[in-house]
Design a protein around this ligand. Structure first.
Ligand SMILES: Cc1ncc(COP(=O)(O)O)c(C=O)c1O
Length: 401
């Protein structure tokens, strides 16, 4: 059967609008399409391909587990899941782990746990969840409601109740909403989809203090910022603020679907037998791959490398901007970077993305005003240089109209 982009429109639900080319193979930070055209990958599958494509450690883990045991369900536990959970507890503040299959599911578990914990310890009235405008937490109905983008959550009928939104980096707006009826405050410690927005120190510390004052749980959604992306294993480690619950997915599996919710022993106690679950959560294949990914990423070499590569991106993007004057700022941390478009190009991030693909570069947008880069954490300096050269050509084309 000949597979073409046109087939997408014939057989797929129309909720995505993928590029015209169809990638068929990847190695490191290079990808080839059906015609054999080679692309530099600065998109990383939206911050997922943390070790690039087909990293030998991932391939080996998948092959080894693939010939041993694929699936059991949670009626039985398995060795890769327990090994991975043990490592996650050793590497973070957490003492307990719940495995899911995606970021949204990890967040769904976090929100349900927070509600259950509050009900058990403080009664029915402590049910308010506060999140932040422009936040993104996934597409299940609970998580999309907690996310602060009405364009994604409206139009599906009545929403889960008791969810409010404050303004990111504005403590007063949180103060105005929070009370002893707040069960949890949820945020991304670096907003991704919302435009690559870093929290200020004052804000993130203030949020922690307000949660303490009102006995509310602090949930960090590190689905995009986690697993080395910012140059720390988790972004909270660089902020000096520890959450009560942390969610992780994307880069954790390096391309194999997995998500996890991490928390303390005391809070996890509210997730009693039967309260929540997933057929696939903790699947041995996913956990074996994630263990291999984590082993590679949680090293000084890789994490320091992220900081070095961030600088190469910043220098390259600033040099492009000095020539073409298209960005107001380069922001973000580590290898989650955003080039914010200046007034002249507002609303046109997609034009840059389309121009980049035409120059054989894969990148991302974060809303209409930001071009986003979330490449492999071990992308070579050479690939960064080549990708930036292609991006410069794309920028030149947009500028020349
Ligand atoms: C911060 C954050 N949370 C949650 C999600 C949802 O993850 P998934 O698409 O795996 O459900 C995303 C996805 O972009 C995200 O960036």
């Amino acid at each position: 059967m000949k597979v073409t982009r046109a087939l997408f429109d014939d057989v797929m639900a129309p909720n995505y609008n993928p590029a015209a080319m169809i990638p068929v193979r990847g190695e490191g930070s290079r990808v080839w399409d059906q015609e054999g055209i080679e692309y530099v990958d600065f998109a990383g599958g939206i911050a997922v391909n943390s070790l690039g494509h087909c990293h030998p450690a991932m391939v080996a883990a998948l092959n080894e587990q693939g010939s041993k045991l694929w699936h059991l369900s949670n009626v039985f536990t398995n060795e890769p899941a327990l090994r991975l959970a043990k490592k996650l507890t050793e590497m973070t503040f957490a003492e307990r782990v719940y495995f899911a299959n995606s970021g949204a599911e990890a967040n769904e578990a976090a929100l349900k746990l927070a509600r259950r914990w509050a009900l058990e310890h403080h009664g029915e009235s402590k049910n308010q969840i506060i999140a932040f405008k422009q936040g993104f937490h996934g597409r299940t109905f609970f998580t999309v409601t907690v996310g602060g983008q009405p364009a994604y959550s409206d139009g599906f009928g009545p929403k889960p109740a008791a969810v409010d939104h404050a303004v990111y980096n504005d403590l007063d707006s949180l103060k105005a909403l929070i009370s002893d009826n707040t069960c949890a405050v949820m945020l991304e410690p670096l907003q991704g989809e919302g435009g690559i927005i870093s929290p200020t120190n004052e804000f993130i510390q203030g949020v922690r203090e307000l949660c303490n004052q009102h006995n509310a749980l602090l949930i960090f959604d590190e689905v995009q910022s986690g697993v080395g992306r910012t140059g720390e294993l988790y972004a909270y480690m660089g902020l000096g603020v520890t959450p009560d619950i942390l969610t992780t997915a994307k880069a954790l599996g390096g391309g194999f679907p997995i998500g996890a919710m991490l928390t303390t022993k005391d809070i996890a106690a509210s997730l009693k037998v039967g309260t929540h679950g997933s057929t696939y959560g903790g699947n041995p294949l996913a956990c074996a791959v994630a263990e291999a990914v984590l082993d590679v990423i949680n090293s000084k070499e890789v994490l320091d490398g992220v900081k070095h590569k961030e600088q190469l991106f910043r220098d390259g993007l600033n040099a492009i901007n000095a020539k073409y004057h298209v960005f107001s700022e380069i922001r973000g941390k580590g290898l989650l970077l955003g080039a914010a478009l200046n007034d002249k190009y507002l609303g046109r991030s997609r034009d840059f993305l389309v121009a980049a693909v035409a120059e054989h570069l894969m990148c991302l947008v974060a809303g209409a005003n930001v071009v986003r880069f979330a490449p492999s954490l071990i992308i070579s300096d050479e690939d960064i240089k080549e990708g930036l050269a292609r991006f410069e050509r794309a920028v030149a084309k947009v500028v020349q109209g």
